[in-house]
Design a protein around this ligand. Structure first.
Ligand SMILES: Nc1nc2c(ncn2[C@@H]2O[C@H](COP(=O)(O)OP(=O)(O)OP(=O)(O)O)[C@@H](O)[C@H]2O)c(=O)[nH]1
Ligand SMILES: O=C(O)[C@H](O)COP(=O)(O)O
Length: 237
């Protein structure tokens, strides 16, 4: 568990559902991609709420549809257009870190919205790993299969420089070295799978067969596997 002095805010950045998961465009229709993005976002918010690791679970986006999802799921809405100083994920997260720190957060837990294997116990493990670090400016990272950063828990978040994009995990480790921060990594299937590509989707389908997939995303997978829904959520040609 984290210490009593820690005040952790969780932030889930969520791109507008209509724009999300573009790398799956050859496999899923735009309606299906939007529905997948929505289902995965809902699952991640739910895992964070069940884990009770954060003072606030925030959703960061510029999309009214995502704002509605946040409201329906009891998450705090952070309007990217207000908090971010520039376009893009890094500016949005930096803005959220500034807002959180200004309101008393000592650490920011950034969790991507496309992690359908994420569980409350995996999040607890992230927090435990972080609590067991000693030193100032602790950071815990969860690497994605393709070198991204699916989870980043950073102390003094407004002083950290975020490097989301290609190979961000390696860049975040470098940033920790540059800032003399102590860093640990967690490596678990529950934190490693973000769904970007057809290969990821296949891994997800296999996980769903063993009931390892979170509920909203599992329901989506069941739906696209059922012919009756073929006209509504069809594979892209
Ligand atoms: N708020 C916000 N979230 C973003 C932005 N870009 C990406 N994200 C979120 O960051 C996380 C990782 O994004 P990606 O893996 O690139 O997901 P994606 O953009 O839906 O996928 P692609 O379109 O295939 O690149 C997901 O939670 C996205 O919703 C952004 O500009 N603003
Ligand atoms: O750095 C990251 O984690 C990216 O924003 C997302 O990267 P990926 O979706 O390609 O893993």
């Amino acid at each position: 568990m984290s210490s009593r002095a820690d005040v952790i805010w969780a932030v889930v950045p969520v791109k507008d559902f209509a724009m999300a998961k573009s790398r799956l465009a050859a496999t899923l229709s735009s309606a299906a991609r939007a529905e997948l993005a929505r289902a995965m976002s809902e699952d991640v918010i739910s895992a964070l709420q069940s884990a009770k690791v954060a003072e606030h679970v925030c959703v960061l986006s510029d999309s009214p549809a995502v704002q509605q999802l946040a409201a329906r799921n009891g998450a705090v809405w952070l309007d990217e257009r207000t908090v971010a100083g520039a376009p893009g994920l890094n500016a949005a997260i930096a803005g959220a870190a500034r807002v959180a720190a200004a309101r008393g957060a000592t650490a920011l837990l950034v969790v991507h919205a496309d992690l359908p294997l994420l569980t409350a116990s995996a999040l607890t493990h992230v927090l435990d790993t972080w609590s067991n670090l000693s030193g100032k400016g602790r950071v815990v990272l969860a690497r994605s299969r393709d070198g991204g950063t699916n989870i980043c828990l950073a102390e003094r978040p407004d002083a950290f420089t975020y490097h989301y994009g290609t190979n961000s995990h390696a860049l975040h480790v470098d940033e920790c070295v540059r800032q003399h921060r102590v860093v640990a990594n967690v490596e678990m299937p529950a934190t490693a799978l973000d769904v970007d590509t057809v290969d990821d989707l296949e891994i997800l389908r296999a996980a769903a067969r063993t009931n390892a997939c979170s509920s909203h995303t599992a329901a989506f997978l069941a739906k696209i596997a059922t012919p009756v829904f073929g006209n509504e959520i069809e594979a892209a040609p």
